[in-house]
Design a protein around this ligand. Structure first.
Ligand code: SF4
Ligand code: SF4
Length: 449
């Protein structure tokens, strides 16, 4: 890691009109302004996985806010302690849900990471690889497709298993997390338009995602089927791109803004009533885009919903057959804390005949996936995951259901290592199964498959 950068002698900027007259480090104005909302009550501490694991105040939300404010005011140096703590944070935003003062911690830590990245304070091979992937592979569909093609071949020939013992620990752990790459047919692009079945209730756009389409194309296809069966025409604009979530979490704020701007234009042109996401991280990023690109971002924020939130609000009209399974629903952080969607997925699952929702301890706690965190901070990620797997093992469900690709991968990998017998599925996959198990549609109804 690079040495600290101290620029407190350079010319600062005035914050906003509500703030006292203090010198603010250039670029840190938004972090400083948000930090003023924290009243240091400490009510967020026990909800923070890194505080629970370490017991250190500086690894808690309150400690990090204090540190960020100190850096913004020039009282603390822009140095390694800040870099370590800003990136040890999982960005789970459980502290936002716990906070009675409405502190927007997620935006604050993303601002700090942006400034750390701009100051060039992160070094090392892992960071260079992460930056290359986030800049040059993830947002470029062709390259991403080729990467997954290569991984599919390597998995088929068992090359990864062969070379795994020779890989550095982090790469070996990354390889273990990767689920089997689905066949190309499952990863192929969705049709640009899928008509509604029966009376049309609306026209929605689907954010099909980047990694989501490559690893979880089956969930995208199930999402389209469920929406169409419930009367929605589904538009999947082929020109859409990566949402920018991973880039924003890693401090690549300018790239995240460019990606959000592109999607705002594409979905505006598609003329849809609402943009739906089946990935909690992507949905939260679309809703947060107002922090990155004010005007177009506000439009994205207003018009983006999680697919479960949408279906719950609009109501399921297609018949549901029995799915007799015991299901633990586990909240993705960026759905429950980032978008405040908690009851909707549970209500939808509870509608499925025969499905029994089983409680487990602390379903809103992070699973340790957190974007690329399980690759960049494997020890903390595994410690956080261990608590989750213990809670799920105690409940012993047939299915663990969650609505985010990173959580799906993390829970599947952790569950399989711990001998958990449960399948890990997205809620729309269970709805899709329930629709498929329902009596055949009346003659004359179109079907999508
Ligand atoms: S985002 Fe999560 S890990 Fe980070 S400070 Fe808040 S609760 Fe802790
Ligand atoms: S972030 Fe909120 S809950 Fe945590 S110490 Fe500050 S005011 Fe209290």
């Amino acid at each position: 890691m690079s040495a600290g950068v101290e620029d407190a002698g350079s010319r600062g900027a005035a914050p906003d009109e509500d703030a006292p007259e203090v010198w603010i480090r250039p670029g840190w104005e938004d972090v400083y302004r948000r930090s003023l909302d924290c009243v240091h009550c400490g009510l967020c501490l026990q909800s923070c996985p890194t505080y629970v694991e370490t017991g250190r105040e500086i690894s808690s939300p309150r400690g990090r806010i204090y540190l960020m404010r100190g850096v913004a005011e020039g009282r603390a140096p822009l140095a390694d302690t800040l870099v370590d703590e800003a990136f040890l944070c999982l960005g789970c935003r459980a502290c936002e849900t716990a906070c009675p003062s409405g502190v927007r911690y997620g935006a604050m830590v993303e601002g700090a990471r942006r400034e750390i990245e701009r100051a060039g304070m992160r070094a090392g091979l892992a960071h260079r690889l992460e930056r290359f992937a986030l800049r040059s592979v993830v947002p470029r569909r062709g390259r991403l497709r080729l990467t997954f093609d290569g991984l599919a071949v390597a998995q088929k020939l068992r090359l990864i298993e062969l070379v795994a013992p020779l890989l550095p620990r982090r790469l070996r752990e990354a390889a273990e997390l990767l689920p089997p790459v689905p066949p190309r047919g499952e990863r192929r692009r969705l049709p640009g338009r899928v008509p509604a079945e029966g009376p049309v209730r609306g026209r929605v756009g689907l954010l099909s995602g980047c990694v989501m389409q490559e690893l979880f194309g089956r969930i995208n296809a199930a999402t389209v089927r469920v929406l169409a069966r419930n009367g929605f025409e589904v538009i999947v604009p082929p020109a859409q791109g990566c949402c920018g979530a991973l880039q924003a979490h890693a401090g690549e704020a300018d790239l995240a803004a460019d990606l959000a701007r592109h999607n705002a234009r594409v979905f505006a042109d598609a003329g849809v009533d609402m943009i739906l996401s089946n990935s909690a991280g992507c949905g939260a990023a679309m809703r947060d885009a107002r922090d990155w690109i004010s005007e177009e971002g506000a439009l994205l924020a207003e018009r983006t919903r999680d697919v479960c939130e949408w279906l719950d609000a609009e109501g399921l009209v297609a018949p549901l057959g029995a799915v007799p399974l015991r299901v633990c629903y586990d909240d993705p952080c960026h759905l429950v804390h980032g978008q405040r969607v908690e009851a909707a997925p549970r209500r939808l699952l509870a509608r499925i005949p025969g499905l029994e929702l089983v409680a487990h301890q602390d379903p809103g706690a992070c699973c340790g996936a957190a974007g690329t965190y399980n690759l960049t901070h494997p020890s903390m990620s595994q410690a956080v995951l261990a608590r989750k797997i213990a809670a799920l093992s105690e409940a012993d469900p047939d299915v663990v259901s969650t609505g985010n690709p990173g959580c799906l991968m993390q829970l599947r990998a952790g569950g399989s290592r711990a001998g958990l017998r449960a399948e890990v599925l997205h809620p729309v996959e269970l709805l899709d199964r329930a629709h498929a198990a329902a009596p055949a549609p009346r003659p004359g109804n179109a079907t999508y498959s």
